[in-house]
Ligand binder design. Structure first.
Ligand SMILES: *[C@@H]1O[C@H](CO)[C@@H](O)[C@H](O)[C@H]1NC(C)=O
Length: 180
């Protein structure tokens, strides 16, 4: 299980290749983006994610920014038997809303957000044999509207993925007690 975890994290963080193609929220405001988000849906071609997506529950991310402008993400991930916690740090790139983690060759872009309800985040990672891409639908509240889910689904082909790779993640209270 432990050996699988880094790749599980990648399943959440798996994303794209051609950097220039992915749009970023214009005028991205880090201060407004900080705080707690629920992963409502994930679509990814990461092989580990695809194997376990049907059993996955919705993780929670608490996002903050360092004084240097880097993005720190604390993940609380409900697994069947426990709550797995991970901390990830992404360095700011030249562009607001675009972050990279050089060691793991990860790239994270906030494609679109209204800050108070939803965000769509695009990620790629190149550290494994095969690069993978992911798109995440993050929600401030756990419930996602059908309209928002539809909007998310329409974005899937634009990043080279298919709907068969989508998981709408059910809620879990596995991590609630310790999260707050
Ligand atoms: C995932 O999709 C991206 C973008 O289409 C592609 O570059 C990458 O090779 C794919 N990776 C896998 C594991 O299929």
């Amino acid at each position: 299980m432990t050996a699988v975890l880094p790749c599980l994290a990648l399943a959440l963080l798996c994303v794209l290749q051609a950097a220039g193609e992915v749009p970023v929220q214009p005028g991205f405001n880090a201060e407004k983006f900080a705080g707690k988000w629920h992963f409502a849906a994930t679509v990814s071609n990461c092989s580990v994610f695809l194997k376990m997506k049907d059993g996955m529950k919705s993780p929670t991310a608490t996002i903050s920014f360092t004084p240097e402008g880097d993005l720190a993400m604390k993940l609380a991930w409900p697994l069947p038997d426990r709550c797995q916690r991970l901390e990830l740090l992404f360095q700011q790139s030249g562009q607001a809303g675009h972050y990279t983690a050089a060691q793991e060759k990860r790239d994270l872009r906030v494609m679109e957000t209204d800050y108070s309800h939803y965000a769509i985040v695009h990620e790629t990672q190149h550290s494994e044999r095969q690069p993978s891409t992911a798109l995440q639908l993050l929600m401030r509240e756990q419930d996602v509207s059908p309209q928002l889910l539809q909007k998310f689904e329409e974005l899937i082909p634009t990043v080279g993925l298919t709907k068969a790779m989508l998981a709408v993640l059910p809620k879990s209270d596995q991590c609630t007690a310790a999260t707050s």
